[in-house]
Design a protein around this ligand. Structure first.
Ligand code: HEM
Length: 184
């Protein structure tokens, strides 16, 4: 078992999980913003909500795996405290600390979505809007910490995902429809 774990390409795995988490969270964010557009009506609305939840849940799960794999990594092993306590990492403490904070943010979003019925609408919405800074933090962490960020394809990926998110957000602000409670 130990040999199997040691033999895993953990450094590659953590990078793949990080990038996959980022892309899933981006797609989930995009659908979350689209959900409040006035032309999204009828049967499409619950379908968009369901997919938004699925994408953000899977993205958060992969982000958790991305961080957890670092504990069994043999290239640059992390201790649990370096992962769980922000800015404690043995290298790039600020960049990796940003990852830890965004992970806690994702957990907060997941928990408050699960217990939404128990929260007031205003409180739930205030917490849910934290998704924007949390996503930006995860993006900055991925871009500045990632070995792969130097590749042109990765620069395009970050550029395109940021541009699309900003465009959707701009559209959302321009249409100025008050945010309504999401109902599945
Ligand atoms: C406890 C929390 C976290 C820790 C300790 C952590 C740690 C790391 C480390 C060490 C790297 C550098 C990998 C490399 O050099 O390529 C990295 C990259 C990355 N992380 Fe995290 N991370 C955390 C949370 C997150 C979260 C929540 C996301 C959400 C999307 C994320 C997305 C990424 C991405 C996209 C990369 C770039 C991978 C690459 O291009 O190679 N991380 N992270």
């Amino acid at each position: 078992m130990t040999d199997l774990i040691i033999g895993l390409p953990t450094w590659q795995l953590t990078r793949i999980f990080g990038i996959a988490a980022y892309l899933l969270l981006f797609a989930g964010m995009a659908l979350g913003i689209l959900y409040s557009y006035p032309f999204v009506k009828g049967k499409r609305k619950p379908a968009i909500y369901k997919t938004h939840m699925r994408l953000t849940n899977s993205g958060s799960l992969l982000a958790l795996l991305h961080a957890a794999v670092l504990v069994i990594d043999t290239y640059t092993p992390f201790e649990w405290k370096e992962i769980l306590i922000p800015f404690m990492a043995h290298e790039h403490p600020v960049l990796y600390g940003m990852g830890t904070i965004s992970l806690y943010g994702l957990i907060l979003l997941l928990l408050t979505s699960d217990f939404r019925q128990k929260l007031s609408k205003g409180l739930w919405l205030t917490i849910h809007l934290l998704a924007y800074p949390i996503f930006m933090l995860a993006m900055a962490h991925g871009f500045f910490a990632g070995t792969d960020s130097q590749l042109p394809a990765m620069k395009w990926m970050y550029g395109a995902t940021i541009a699309i998110t900003l465009m959707l957000l701009g559209g959302r602000v321009l249409l100025r429809k008050p945010l309504r409670r999401m109902t599945a």
